[in-house]
Each structure stands twice: as C-alpha cells, then as structure tokens.
Write a protein that binds this ligand. Structure first.
Ligand SMILES: [Zn+2]
Length: 323
C-alpha cells in the first residue's frame, strides 16, 4: 500500500467539504485509478465506511453504482464529445440513492478542445449534487482553463518495490517487472511492446559500448549518440545510457550483480568495465543523466557524442589496463 498525500486523507474524511472538481495527478495510471475509485466510493457511501465494504462501496469497486459514471476514451483517440454530453446530463440529474453523483474522468489529458469547452461551466460550478474527479499522469497536457477550475492533489511516487509488485500482479515475471520499472514509462499502455523495445535499446547500447570501447572503434559510439537524442522530449534513452554506465562503474567496485539496476546485462557491463577507468565511467554516467533540455536534436546529439568520445579517449589513454 503506497503512502497517500495528506490532502487526500483530508478530502476523504469529509465528503461534504470535498471540492466540486478534483484533479488527481501522479506518476502511475494504476495508482490514480485506485485512488479515484476509492474517493468516489467515499463520496457515495451512505455510512462512514473506512474499509469500503458496504454494498454501495462494493458496487463502486465493480463499476455498477448507479450514481457513478466513468468517462473513458475509446481506443487511442480523444474522449468523445457525445460521451461528455452524456456525462453532463448525468451530472445534472438527481442522484438515485447517494447524497450526490460522481463523474470520474481518468486520462483527462485525452479530453479534446470541444470536450473541455463543454465541461468548463459544470467544472466551475458543479453545485451540491455532483462531484467531478479528473485524473491524469500528464497535468501539463490539460489546458490551464481546466486546471484553474480544479483542486489539484498529487499522489506520491511509489517506491521501486511497489512498482515491481504492481507489474508482477499483472502477470509479468520478476525480471520483466524489473525491466518495466526501469523502462520508466508512465503510460502503462501496451507493456509487452514497451518491454521489448526497452530491451532492444539496452542491448543496442551495450553492443555499441562493447564495440566502441572494447573494440576501439568510434563509429558505433557515434551511432549510439545519435540514438540517445530522439525527436521530441523523450529523455528515456539518455537516462538508460546513464544507468548502464553507472552500473558498469559499480561493477568495477566489485558490487555484486544483484545490486545493479540492469542485472540482465550485468556480466557484459562488468567485462566492459575492466577496460575503462572507473572515474571516467562515473563522470560519463553523471553527464549522460544531465542531457540538455534543449529541443534541438543536434545539440543533444553533440552532448552524447562528447560523453562517448570522452570515454573512448579515456580507454585509449589508459591502454595498458585490461583484464
Ligand atoms: Zn461504503
């Protein structure tokens, strides 16, 4: 059970004082889903049922409470405007049995412009009979007009172990759960595909380091630098390079493989680390984690080129070292 923000404890404690519109943000869609459902149950519960075990709370959990509506996008597109209009009609209606109605909008970043416009008035003044609970992993993707109408509460980031446990509960093996956490993608969509891409990228980076630093060839390192600077603001590849270099630096300090982040390639990193001065690995790891936020792809590529060429130079200067 992950820690819960104090503001959420206060909100759940007094349904009467719950804000008309709550925007719940956090790093994991799974955690947002659980929290928004728990708050909805609390708002609809006829009693003071902390455990959420009464009939009303159970029906919220099963998604069949008549005073709860959940608005979801269909497929990969935006939430459809027709569904938003249905939600507005539901929100304006008299509750069947609870003191109020609740509309949940998970993935609120997928409200399109028209949907946001249609919602503004009700979010601003929902009245006593409805509570809106929006949630998103990407609050920046919501327009300020929506954010300014909501009370914002953030869930704390779950620990590494909690995130691994969540993936294992979804049927992934121990190794897969670990790599999914390391892949650090927050979307939680299509995890099998992301796992595959992540592992391919990791093998490509390790291969480039082996060829470049172990084999003394510059071109694989330049190609690697290119791959570290993808379009857009994805900083995942640079972070992965940084973690691999940090693991390699730890391997030279005789840290057991089990303590490394990327256990799957620990042996290869340890072999690589025997050829590179540890201080150079550590410096490179720090620099790789600190890629410029600059959107110009060329500048970011140069940043990674500088790091990898620096390592290449350190290996050549240190040529006497090996094995
Ligand atoms: Zn209850």
């Amino acid at each position: 059970m992950s820690a819960r923000a104090a503001i959420l404890e206060r909100l759940a404690a007094s349904p009467e004082r719950f804000p008309g519109t709550l925007l719940l943000t956090g790093p994991s869609e799974g955690a947002l889903e659980r929290e928004s459902r728990r708050l909805a149950a609390r708002l609809l519960c006829p009693g003071d049922d902390g455990a959420g075990e009464c009939r009303s709370c159970r029906r919220v959990e099963e998604g069949i409470h008549p005073d709860l509506m959940t608005l979801l996008p269909e497929g990969v597109g935006d939430i459809r405007i027709e569904r938003v209009r249905e939600a507005l009609a539901f929100a304006a209606g008299r509750p069947y049995e609870a003191a109020r109605r609740v509309v949940r909008i998970p993935k609120a970043e997928r409200l399109g412009d028209a949907a946001e416009n249609a919602l503004l008035k009700s979010l601003e003044e929902p009245g006593d009979r409805v509570r809106w609970i929006l949630s998103t992993t990407r609050p920046d993707a919501l327009r300020p007009t929506i954010r300014s109408r909501a009370t914002v509460a953030s869930l704390p980031a779950p620990s590494l172990e909690e995130r691994e446990t969540t993936w294992r509960e979804r049927g992934f093996s121990e190794d897969e759960a670990r790599d999914l956490v390391l892949a650090a993608d927050e979307s939680e969509e299509d995890p099998a595909e992301r796992l595959k891409e992540f592992r391919e990228l990791r093998l490509a980076i390790v291969g480039a380091l082996e060829e470049g630093l172990g084999g003394g060839r510059l071109p694989p390192l330049l190609l690697c630098a290119e791959a570290m600077a993808p379009r857009g603001e994805d900083r995942g590849p640079g972070r992965l390079l940084s973690e691999l270099l940090a693991d390699a630096a730890l391997a030279t300090a005789a840290v057991p493989a089990a303590a490394l982040r990327h256990r799957a390639v620990a042996g290869r990193l340890a072999a690589l680390a025997r050829r590179v001065p540890p201080a150079a690995l550590r410096d490179a790891a720090v620099m790789a984690a600190d890629a410029p936020a600059d959107r110009r792809r060329g500048n970011r590529r140069l940043h990674f080129e500088k790091i990898l060429i620096g390592l290449y130079g350190a290996v050549r200067r240190d040529g006497g070292r090996s094995g």
